[in-house]
Design a protein around this ligand. Structure first.
Ligand SMILES: [Fe+2]
Length: 306
């Protein structure tokens, strides 16, 4: 049996203490579009086909409930489940029928450091998927810190089928489709969130997005710049309750010919952290915020989706 792999980063489920403010931010400032709410959970879509890419709910403090990955079909979900179990993970649900808009079939589990992950297939997605200027198209990547980075890397590679596309002194870049990375894994910081990145259609949309964030009283915390690995342009911001976010565009596309580079090959001249060199280093605020968001204890359970 050949190894199954997830095929996309589909959704992040987030919690905020002030839910109304979070919904207002992600719709009015971040430019996602509401597609309904049910049981206190708000669903927001981007312009891409995925039914929703963010859910928002009330929580005691800003939190990451789970990361949701997309699989091609039921057989792939079953094979991924077998791979997760074979990898030795202990908190793993059995694949089961789900209800829309979560998909038709899937399961949740905890990764080696307790992060909540769901794998689903058969979500009834939208027929319209054309880009709109200044509106996020999809999730680009989730950047997570790690305590045992090796164990986490082995799980995402061996159980979920991610490919290593580059390594720097601080980060590993992991790909599950033609995007250079959909997950980024740090070497330090415990099982916390570093940031979540949303892909905009082009560089102009990133720059206008930075202006729109400024209109909403939120300064750029790092950027604008162009990253090394992935070659994507970036601006970082703090969302509601100091939630670390990135707008990005122009992600490098990769195929089997891509060769991962090593930390020795990814070095910058003194004083540089990106290709352009026009912006100061990340703010202290976003560096601090990038260590504070934890996963919930029970977010791996998909009870509410059945
Ligand atoms: Fe990023």
């Amino acid at each position: 049996m050949s190894k199954a792999r997830i095929r996309a980063l589909r959704c992040v489920d987030l919690g905020f203490a002030d839910l109304d403010k979070a919904v207002h931010f992600f719709t009015e400032a971040w430019n996602l579009t509401p597609v309904g709410d049910s049981g206190g959970v708000h669903y927001l879509r981007a312009t891409g086909a995925f039914h929703h890419i963010v859910t928002l709910r009330r929580a005691a403090k800003p939190t990451l409930v789970r990361i949701v990955f997309d699989a091609a079909d039921r057989a792939t979900v079953d094979t991924l489940h077998a791979q997760v179990v074979a990898h030795g993970l202990e908190i793993v649900e059995a694949p089961a029928k789900l209800r829309q808009p979560h998909g038709e079939y899937g399961f949740g589990f905890k990764d080696p450091e307790g992060r909540n992950i769901a794998i689903v297939c058969g979500v009834r997605d939208h027929a319209d998927a054309a880009d709109k200027p200044d509106r996020p198209r999809k999730l680009s990547h989730v950047n997570i810190n790690a305590g045992d980075s090796e164990a986490t890397f082995r799980c995402y590679r061996d159980a979920l089928g991610f490919t290593l596309t580059d390594t720097t002194q601080r980060l590993r870049f992991l790909s599950c489709n033609s995007d250079h990375h959909s997950m980024v894994l740090g070497f330090t910081g415990g099982a916390t969130l570093n940031h979540i990145a949303f892909e905009l259609p082009d560089l102009d949309s990133v720059m206008r997005g930075a202006g729109r964030m400024r209109d909403h009283g939120r300064a750029i915390e790092w950027g604008p710049g162009r990253h090394g690995p992935g070659n994507n342009v970036f601006c970082y911001f703090l969302g509601p309750e100091e939630f670390p976010l990135e707008y990005t565009a122009e992600m490098q596309q990769v195929d089997a010919r891509h060769r991962a580079r090593t930390p020795e090959q990814w070095t910058w001249p003194p004083g540089r952290l990106d290709h352009w060199g026009i912006s100061a280093a990340p703010s202290e605020r976003i560096e601090t915020a990038g260590l504070k968001i934890h996963f919930t204890d029970d977010g791996y359970r998909l009870d509410e989706w059945r």
